[in-house]
Design a protein around this ligand. Structure first.
Ligand code: UAG
Ligand code: ATP
Ligand code: API
Ligand code: MG
Length: 503
């Protein structure tokens, strides 16, 4: 039988003509001559309904998860039908068999957690050389950029991306690993050389239902460390209660603990002071060096330097990446030099220059924890008022809405509630859900306003700005669209601000 089924349980429903497989796809629209079409049940439609389309486009093999009546298809005499149960979970193995396990020819770094994955992936790509980066803002292999739909692509795409990375000569494959991906098996076929746990706070309960399920999905990454020579290392933020749980459950695992100010952690850090563009930080590695019998040169165990990132949450991101890079054998002196030159991460605390003598920040904070963290930082560095503009995504976790309001109420002197991808929900209803949080917090009625139109909301926020104030435009960060209904129209927070400023 075909090598793509190695290590997979399958049943041949119909044997067709032998052929050379030219490609594998699970979308009938991408099928070409002599391809394999994988039919999967989806959330919107069922891939099995597109089998005939796939055959018409040239598929010579159909892999399905339902016992199909193979006789009903036209022009299918040559076509082989194979049944594989729970195909979405097996697709990674099928793809690995086809592409000869490219994941064993590159170092794979996975980053999971509610917040900080994208930021950490950008920090790591800055530290490491010859990298591919996969995540929310897009995928990149060396100097080639690709657009993406998901934070963590489907297993088949992942294997294709890894294969391409290997062929192009990349040494590291840095990827965000979403809880969705872990839950539905998009990464089951991978082993990680390094895995980072940033934190866990509420998000995505529309999908996971409970925090426990959400945590168990994230935790799975740490059972997937590369173990052929026991070289996979987990990096765990032990200041986070869920991180501490993972760390305490470690048996023979190779874990590095990170913390801000807990001197018992393997690697810990602190903020010494904020600077114009970022902050001066201290990183202490003494415990790590001691445990690892000091195999690093040029290191005295403590480093102090300035970076262009800001906020305690970013110190966590930096510490996670330092630990990961050290575990991959990069010298601390090299890491520090790279960190000093770290450019801004798109849509993460991006400030827009203006002559209002105010700070205008575009940021992707879209959870209560994200808002709270950036708010805490802004409060610390703002002389005047903090004005916050935010909304919450439609068709997403409803429970986070009032919580986001509660977070914003803690640090904002004025709040403008607006739309952030209402999708198929009524924007007014989403805004009312958020407002409930403000009312519950007894946030003064004259200190907030609801302006559903995001452009008008930003205009209003900017009209209020006085010298020394900060304006936080949260939720969309790098996004260049607004999704209303099922329609995606161009919308870019930064662009709107620049237009208003006539830049
Ligand atoms: C709900 C969900 O997770 N959906 C994912 C799923 O789509 P689906 O299988 O449900 O799609 P479907 O439209 O029902 O189609 C079913 C099947 O029919 C096939 N089809 C369809 C039409 C056709 O003409 N021919 C055809 O063959 C499709 O290719 C598919 O195989 O599989 C697709 C391929 O992997 C994903 O792109 C898609 O993610 C959607 C876009 C999504 O929004 N996912 C979110 C929930 C998600 O995964 N988010 C996480 C985390 C984000 C975060 O951390 O904040 C992420 O990793 O992105
Ligand atoms: N370590 C962190 N802890 C808490 N908040 C953070 C952290 N890092 C970033 N944030 C905040 O959360 C927002 C999202 O950060 P980032 O895009 O790095 O996270 P992510 O995990 O990739 O999110 P997503 O799952 O939506 O892709 C940032 O804009 C910032 O406000
Ligand atoms: N990856 C997250 C991003 C949310 C960003 C926010 N702009 C929204 O659309 O809710 C999600 O899809 O839930
Ligand atoms: Mg991300």
């Amino acid at each position: 039988m075909y090598k793509i089924f190695k290590d997979i349980e399958y049943k041949v429903l119909k044997d067709g003509k032998k052929f050379e497989i030219k490609g594998i796809e699970y979308d009938s629209r991408k099928i070409e001559e002599s391809f394999v079409f994988v039919a999967m049940a989806g959330s919107a439609v069922d891939g099995h309904d597109f089998i005939q389309k796939a055959i018409d486009n040239g598929a010579k093999m159909i892999v399905c998860e339902k016992d199909m009546n193979v006789k009903e298809y036209k022009n299918a005499a040559d076509v082989t039908f194979v049944l594989v149960e729970d195909i979405r979970k097996k697709l990674g193995i099928i793809a690995s068999n086809y592409y000869d396990y490219p994941q064993n020819k590159i170092k794979i770094i996975g980053i999971t957690g509610t917040n900080g994955k994208t930021t950490s992936s950008f920090i790591l790509e800055n530290i490491l050389e010859k990298t591919a980066r996969i995540g929310t803002t897009g995928n990149r292999i060396l100097d080639e950029e690709f657009q993406t739909v998901n934070t963590t692509p489907e297993s088949l795409e992942l294997i294709k991306l890894i294969d391409k990375s290997v062929k192009k000569g990349a040494d590291y494959f840095i990827m965000e690993v979403s809880s969705h991906a872990l839950e539905i098996g998009r990464v089951d076929m991978l082993q990680f050389d390094s895995a980072i746990f940033t934190n866990l706070t509420q998000d995505h309960l529309d999908f996971h239902k409970t925090m426990e399920n959400y945590f168990n999905a994230k935790k799975k990454l740490f059972s997937m460390l590369r173990n052929d020579k026991n070289q996979g290392v987990g990096v765990i933020n032990i200041d986070d209660e869920y991180g501490a749980k993972i760390y305490s459950e470690k048996k023979d695992n190779n874990y590095i603990s990170i913390s801000v100010r807990n001197e018992n952690a393997d690697i810990w850090g602190d903020i010494l002071n904020y600077t114009n563009n970022g902050m001066k930080i201290k990183i202490n590695l003494e415990n790590y060096l001691e445990k690892n019998k000091y195999n690093l040169k040029n290191s005295d165990g403590e480093y102090k330097f300035e970076i262009n990132l800001i906020g305690e949450y970013n110190l966590y991101n930096v510490l996670g990446c330092v630990a990961s890079a050290l575990s991959l054998g990069i010298e601390m002196s090299v890491i520090v030099e790279k960190l000093k030159k770290m450019p801004v991460v798109p849509g993460r605390f991006e400030t827009i220059k203006n002559d209002l003598e105010a700070r205008i920040v575009v940021d992707f904070a879209h959870t209560d924890d994200g808002l709270l963290n950036i708010g805490k930082t802004l409060k610390q560095i703002t002389d005047g008022c903090v004005i916050t503009i935010f909304g919450a995504g439609g068709d997403r976790d409803h429970e986070k809405r009032p919580k986001m309001a509660k977070a914003a109420a803690k640090f904002s002197d004025y709040i403008i509630l607006t739309s952030d991808n209402p999708r198929t929900e009524n924007p007014v209803k989403i805004l009312a859900d958020i407002e409930k949080g403000l009312i519950k917090e007894k946030y003064p009625f004259d200190k907030y306003v609801i302006i559903a139109d995001r452009e008008r909301a930003i205009k209003h926020g900017m009209s209020l700005l006085q010298k020394g104030d900060s304006l936080l435009i949260a939720g969309k960060g790098h996004e260049t669209y607004q999704i209303i209904g099922t329609e995606k129209t161009h919308f870019d927070d930064k662009e709107v601000v620049k237009n208003i400023l006539k830049l």
